[in-house]
Design a protein around this ligand. Structure first.
Ligand code: EPZ
Length: 411
C-alpha cells in the first residue's frame, strides 16, 4: 500500500492523539502474569497490537478488542507462543512474563523495524540472572524457577527492562535491577504492575527493586497518549508552516523533543492539549543527539530529519541508538531535494524547498517522516510500503486530512 500526497498545504485545526503503541504492548505482555481480568482502554487499532493480541491468545488467554477497549481474561497455560509473534519486536516480552508465570517459555525470535541489529543479549543476560536457563538459536527457550537476584543492564534497554520487570514480579525473593530504562512507557508498566499487586520500589528511576509476590490481581487501565504520534503531528504542522492544536498531548512527556522544537517554533500547553505554531521563524534546530530517555528520542529522529530538511537554517542530528535509522531516511529525502550531508551516523541538514518524489518507507517512523516531507514538498509525493507506518499509526492519513492535508491511501 502507498500514500499519495499532494504537498504544499498548510495544516490547521485540531487533531487528537491515540493511545501509545509502546505502552500497550508491554501491558498486554503483563496481562499473562495474572488469572484475573484486565481491561485496557484507549488502545490503538494498529497491526502491532493485533499481532501482540494473537501472541497473547496463543498462551491460552482470552482477548477481546472492541473499539479502543482490550479485555484479557483466563489463564495462561501454554508456554509456546505462536510463530506470528515474530512479526513484532515486543513479543519478546512474553519471555519474561511466561517465565515468571509458568517457569517456561518458547518464542520465535522477535522481528520489528529494520533500524539496526537489535540484539537481545541484554534481555537474555538479565533473564539468566533471574534463574532462567536460556537457549537462543532458531527460537528463544527458557525454563527454570524465577528467583530474585541483582542485575546491572549493560544498556538501559527499554525492552530488556520491561522483560526483567515481568520476570521478577512473581519471582522468589527480591530482585535489584540497575541501569533500568526510564522511558514513560516503562514507568507506565511499573505503575500497572503495582496496580495488579506487584511490589516495586524505585518506580521511574534507574535502580528498581522488585519484591516477588505469590499472585497478581486484575485492574482497569487507561493507556497513555502516544508521545511519538503527538510528535509526528507537531512536525507535520510545522513542516507545512501551519498551526494547530494537538489534543491529549503533554509537553512534559514530549520532554527533549519539545525542548528542541522550541528552539525554532512555539509549543504551548493549554490544559491537556498542546498548541503548535510555526511563528514564521526561519532558523534550524542546532545540534540534536538521540539517546535513552530523558535524551532526545530516537523514534522522533526521522520526524525531525524531515522537518529540519524544510526549515531554513542548519540542523545537525546525531543518531546514537539505532545504526540504520538515519541513513534509511536521509537517502529517501535526498531524492526529494533535501540537503543532507551524512558522516556516519551524523546528518548535517540545511533546510531547503523539497519537491515531490516516489519514496519508500523502510521502517515505521521513517515512513511517517517521509509523509511529513511529502506534506511540505511541492507537487506529488508517493510513499510506498506504508504497511510499516500502519504498525504504529491507526489512521495517519485520515488525521492529517482533518488538518487539511491532501493525502490518500492507495492499495
Ligand atoms: C523500544 O525498542 C521501542 N519499541 C522502540 O520503538 C524505540 O525506538 C526504542 O525502545 C528506544 O527508545 C517498543 O517499545 C516496542 P532498546 P527496544 O532495547 O526495546 C541496544 C518504534 O518506532 N540493545 O531500548 O527494542 C539496541 O540495539 C520503535 O515505535 C542491545 O544492544 O529498544 C539499541 O541500540 C522502534 N541489546 C539500544 O540498546 C539488547 O538486548 C536501545 O534499544 C537490547 C537492546
Amino acid at each position: 500500500m502507498q500514500y499519495v500526497i499532494e504537498g504544499g498545504n498548510k495544516l490547521f485545526g485540531t487533531v487528537e492523539v491515540c493511545g501509545s503503541k509502546n505502552s500497550v504492548l508491554p501491558l498486554l505482555a503483563a496481562s499473562v502474569l495474572t488469572d484475573c481480568d484486565v481491561t485496557f482502554t484507549n488502545c490503538p487499532q494498529i497491526t502491532d497490537v493485533f499481532n501482540m493480541i494473537e501472541a497473547v491468545r496463543s498462551t491460552g488467554k482470552k482477548v477481546t478488542f472492541l473499539g479502543d477497549v482490550i479485555t484479557v481474561s483466563g489463564t495462561a497455560s501454554e508456554f509456546s507462543v505462536t510463530k506470528k509473534a515474530s512479526l513484532l519486536r515486543a513479543s519478546v516480552l512474553l519471555a519474561g512474563s511466561l517465565f515468571g508465570r509458568l517457569g517456561k517459555a518458547e518464542l520465535p525470535l522477535p522481528g520489528g523495524c529494520n533500524i539496526g541489529a537489535r540484539p537481545i543479549d541484554v534481555h537474555v543476560d538479565g533473564l539468566r540472572s533471574l534463574g532462567a536457563n536460556v537457549t537462543c538459536d532458531d527460537s528463544l527457550k527458557l525454563d527454570g524457577k524465577a528467583k530474585g537476584g541483582e542485575h546491572f543492564l549493560r544498556v538501559a534497554s527499554v525492552g530488556a527492562t520491561e522483560n526483567l520487570l515481568l520476570a521478577s514480579v512473581l519471582a522468589d525473593g527480591e530482585t535489584h535491577l540497575h541501569n533500568c530504562a526510564v522511558e514513560p512507557e516503562v514507568v507506565a508498566l511499573e505503575n500497572f504492575l503495582t496496580k495488579l499487586g506487584a511490589k516495586i520500589d524505585g518506580i521511574g528511576t534507574s535502580d528498581v527493586t522488585v519484591t516477588g509476590v505469590r499472585s497478581l490481581g486484575g485492574a482497569m487501565w487507561k493507556v497513555g497518549s502516544d508521545r511519538i504520534v503527538a510528535a509526528t503531528y507537531v512536525c507535520a504542522v510545522l513542516a507545512t508552516g501551519g498551526n494547530a492544536t494537538v489534543k491529549n498531548c503533554r509537553l512534559d512527556e514530549l520532554g527533549a523533543f519539545s525542548d528542541v522544537i522550541l528552539r525554532s517554533a512555539e509549543l504551548r500547553q493549554v490544559g491537556g492539549d498542546v498548541v503548535v505554531n510555526s511563528l514564521g521563524k526561519t532558523k534550524g534546530f542546532g545540534y540534536v543527539e538521540t539517546g535513552p530517555h530523558p535524551m532526545f528520542p530516537t523514534d522522533c529522529q526521522s520526524l525531525l530529519l524531515s522537518l529540519a530538511s524544510v526549515t531554513c537554517g542548519d540542523t545537525v542530528i546525531c543518531e546514537k541508538v539505532f545504526e540504520n535509522r538515519l541513513k534509511n531516511n536521509a537517502d529517501e529525502l535526498t531524492k526529494m531535494g533535501a540537503k543532507i550531508r551524512l558522516q556516519g551516523n551524523v546528518a548535517h541538514v540545511s533546510g531547503t524547498k523539497l519537491f515531490g518524489e516516489t519514496t519508500t518507507a523502510n521502517d515505521l517512523r521513517g515512513g511517517a517522516g517521509l509523509v511529513i516531507a511529502g506534506l511540505a514538498a511541492g507537487g506529488k509525493t508517493v510513499v510506498k510500503n506504508v504497511e510499516h507506518v500502519m504498525r504504529g499509526y491507526p489512521d495517519l492519513h485520515e488525521k492529517l486530512s482533518q488538518l487539511g492535508a491532501k493525502i490518500i491511501l492507495v492499495n
